[in-house]
Design a protein around this ligand. Structure first.
Ligand SMILES: [Zn+2]
Length: 392
């Protein structure tokens, strides 16, 4: 197979019902002839949506290109450690909220995936043996929930609701305002009787603004609009609510309860599909596995935003796992790039020209992406606008 340095990608679009009808189309020029909800665009080798490249005029799965020479494509370190492209890059455009969820730690995924019960289930809790840390980088204002609030804050929020049937849960947390207490409180909330849940949601939605102010009310109303009978509508009272501004990013550790509520973002994750749901969903909730995989350690809101390290027009985000690296490059001219693992570049806006010393060149524009094998080594990049770079 011919070896090149730059392979333009053709990517799978996911038409999940929560997706936006126009965000991917208008901002990233992803065609939408049938006016479908376009929820996600996947760049990578995940079996549920493998990207394609063009080789000698014919389409080829990226998996096949990589398999043709793993050492050359991935680089020795990635080939030995992961055996395949270790990350998945997505553009995500949410009109309505995604489920509240948690992704397991690696050890839990390995254990859970291997059980007989999981392997023979029609609706397994674990789809693979991998963890799924995630980075989310906002393209538009992006509403999300990420990690538990401090116990004191949770108590205040629930007391304000003033519902008799919630007193027991509040008392549990008051008596033990720590990680274990948060866990016990969460289990109580997940098992509220229908009557208490209904009363709480009604009071919550009618008085949200008065009780909690504009920001929290916006989250509550947004969730209630799509899930009027779901306990998850209470989540803004116990999870951090954040609206990332364009260009801001946060990391979601495995074990952290989170939900994406609305907006367009770039998402990078380890190549895994392990999701345990906690709310805002019609799918099953396995409370026992969910509690096993969830970290109940409160996350301070101000710790959520990532601080990139900027150098020569490249902002690198400090990723606390070794499955992927992520940086954003803006307005550079002939920036030298050293590639030593498989990379994917995606133009966020404007255009980018890639030039290799051997003469190969490629120009891509907004919404286009390119795969670069480890053997590309040294090349130069010119960007008018901005582009993100993911590598191993
Ligand atoms: Zn997630």
């Amino acid at each position: 197979m011919s070896q090149r340095c730059f392979y333009t990608l053709t990517n799978a679009v996911k038409n999940y019902p929560w997706g936006s009808h126009n965000a991917l189309n208008q901002r990233f020029h992803v065609l939408n002839p049938d006016d479908q909800p376009q929820a996600e665009l996947w760049m990578g080798v995940h079996p549920a949506g493998i990207s394609q490249v063009t080789v000698e005029g014919s389409p080829l799965l990226l998996t096949k290109l990589i398999a043709s020479d793993k050492m050359a494509m991935l680089g020795a370190a990635t080939a030995e450690r992961f055996g395949d492209l270790p990350y998945l890059l997505k553009i995500l455009a949410a009109d309505s909220a995604l489920s509240i969820q948690v992704h397991p730690q690696k050890e839990q995924a390995e254990l859970g995936y291997a059980t007989q019960e999981n392997l023979t289930s029609d609706t397994p809790d674990y789809n693979d043996a991998n963890h799924k840390p995630e980075l989310v980088y906002a393209i538009t204002p992006f509403m999300a929930m990420n990690g538990f609030r401090e116990p004191g804050e949770i108590i205040v929020h629930f007391k304000m609701l003033d519902i008799e049937g919630l007193r027991g849960a509040i008392k549990v947390l008051e008596q033990q305002p720590d990680t274990e207490g948060v866990q016990a409180f969460f289990i109580e909330i997940m098992q509220l009787s229908e009557g208490v849940k209904k009363e709480a949601l009604q009071r919550l939605v009618s008085d949200a603004q008065k009780l909690y102010g504009d920001n929290l009310a916006r989250f509550i109303h947004k969730l209630y609009q799509y899930y009027p009978h779901d306990t998850g509508v209470l989540a803004p009272l116990f999870l951090n609510c954040i609206t990332l501004q364009p260009g801001e990013a946060m990391f979601l550790h495995p074990g952290t309860l989170h939900a994406y509520v609305q907006g367009t973002a770039i998402e990078v994750m380890a190549s895994s599909d392990n999701v345990l749901r906690a709310g805002l969903t019609g799918k099953k909730i396995n409370l026992k596995e969910l509690v096993t995989c969830t970290s109940f350690v409160p996350t301070p809101l101000k710790s959520l935003l990532m601080a990139p390290v900027e150098e020569n027009g490249q902002a690198s985000y400090p990723i606390p796992v070794d499955d992927f690296h992520f940086s954003v490059i803006k307005d550079v001219h002939n920036l030298p790039i050293h590639t030593q693992s498989a990379e994917i570049l995606l133009v966020i806006n404007g255009n980018a020209s890639l030039q290799h010393a051997d003469g190969e060149t490629l120009t891509i524009r907004t919404g286009q992406s390119v795969f670069i094998p480890a053997t590309a080594n040294d090349w130069t990049l010119t960007v008018t606008g901005s582009l993100c770079r993911v590598y191993g």
